[in-house]
Design a protein around this ligand. Structure first.
Ligand code: HGY
Ligand code: MN
Ligand code: MN
Length: 409
């Protein structure tokens, strides 16, 4: 079954309009005005494809096509629709659009599935507004209590429920899904790396996903006058932070095994050019395909931070996210591979260095994740790009797989 490339292109163009930084990449923070516009569009498309639409207590969007089998578990297809700051148009939306197009193909072909088909668009996978990340899928998996959600605030101190209500969402609704209500979850995502493009392969069938954690490091010092405070009487939080940050790449390289450390977010207080900084807060993203190496690096980072506690410098380290490495379901992988073979679509098995909602949902259901090529391997930047026909090739594989899993009657 051929995917409709005009529809796919229409969705990509539509969603790419909902950004807070037009002409400077996609910035679509959760529960922002841009989220609301994208949400309205996604729900309209779901309704147009005959789906019954709802939003849960975190604002995850679901579109359901009932199956012939009463109260049967659903095959869920989708991804996230938030973005990193100044990101691209495909990270997340490619998978949501895959779900929309599969729903449209079910409708075009009057497919009557035995098991329900649900299309999902999840919130806050990137963690760009509330930190951590994978929030929509962690809510569905039951990892977030109502208190956790209430206490989760953005940098302006706005809580998740407050931000939800501002765009008309209801935080009192249930989020956690009973695993019995899900038969499988399928996600299509851009590779965000160079392999598929370099090897001219259409689809990556993901076998494993990297383990990852995010730390938030706070360095407290003492504010002072830049001109009148002698150098030997300073507790400069930024000098301490800069020394710590400069050592992080070496910790990752010494650990090896593909371990990586990244400082992506960094705030200086009070941030005045003639004021000695009294506080610095920065993020440390740590990953490896083997959990032991993630834990080693975390410990080394904590020891390094603590070693700077002297001369009026205080430190604190908080862990905002921790995900073990994941092996994805072999049965689903073989169905994906069979769908590629059936369509004559080239594929390879791959490991994912990026985290995905699939890694969370694999804790509660059988999960399949496929990649489609990223131009020049770029992602998390405005240059992120995938050709429409490459998206279509991945969607056709997912469509055949969704047909098999919903067992059309
Ligand atoms: O950070 C990641 O791996 C994903 O893009 N959230
Ligand atoms: Mn991303
Ligand atoms: Mn993503």
């Amino acid at each position: 079954m051929k995917a409709n490339q005009e529809r796919i292109e229409k969705h990509i163009k539509a969603l790419s309009r909902y950004t807070a930084t037009p002409n400077e990449g996609t910035t679509r923070l959760t529960y922002s005005e841009e989220d609301l516009q994208a949400r309205i569009y996604i729900k309209e498309q779901m309704e147009a494809y005959g789906l019954e639409v709802r939003e849960d207590g975190l604002g995850n969007i679901f579109g359901k096509l009932e199956g012939e089998k009463k109260d049967a578990p659903s095959v869920i297809v989708g991804s996230h629709f938030d973005s990193v700051p100044h990101g691209g148009d495909y990270d997340g939306p490619a998978g949501v659009i895959a779900g929309l197009e599969i729903a449209a193909l079910f409708q075009d072909n009057q497919v009557k599935p035995v098991y329900p088909l649900e299309i999902i668009a999840m919130i806050e996978e990137e963690g760009s507004r509330f930190g951590g990340g994978l929030m929509g899928s962690r809510g569905i998996a039951g990892y977030l209590s109502k208190d956790d959600v209430q206490e989760t605030k953005d940098k302006d101190g706005i809580s998740v429920p407050e931000a939800m209500k501002k765009i008309g969402l209801d935080p009192s609704l249930e989020v956690k899904r009973d695993p019995e209500t899900i038969k499988a979850f399928l996600e299509m995502h851009i590779e965000q790396g160079p392999i598929l493009e370099e090897e001219q392969i259409s689809v990556g069938v993901v076998e494993s996903i990297v383990g990852l954690t995010q730390l938030e490091v706070t360095i407290d010092g003492k504010a002072g006058h830049a001109g009148t405070t002698p150098m030997d009487r300073r507790s400069d939080a930024l000098v301490a932070a800069a020394n710590i940050i400069s050592k992080l790449p070496q910790i990752a390289m010494e650990e090896g095994e593909g371990a990586v450390t990244t400082v992506g977010r960094h705030q200086v207080f009070p941030n005045g050019a003639n004021v000695i900084p009294d506080k610095v807060v920065f993020s440390v993203d740590i990953r490896s395909s083997k959990e032991a190496h993630v834990k080693n690096v975390v410990q080394k980072v904590k020891n390094l931070v603590r070693s700077w506690e002297a001369n009026g410098i205080q430190t604190a380290v908080e862990q905002s996210l921790y995900m073990q490495p994941k092996e994805l379901n072999k049965k689903i992988r073989s169905i994906l591979e069979a769908s590629c073979a059936q369509l004559g679509t080239s594929f390879i098995n791959m490991h994912s260095g990026a985290g995905h909602d699939a890694m969370v949902l694999s804790d509660i259901t059988d999960v399949g994740l496929i990649f489609v090529p990223s131009k020049d391997g770029l992602s998390h930047c405005p240059e992120e790009w995938t050709a429409i026909h490459e998206l279509a090739a991945g969607i056709e594989v997912l469509y055949e797989t969704a047909l098999k899993l919903t067992e059309k009657s």
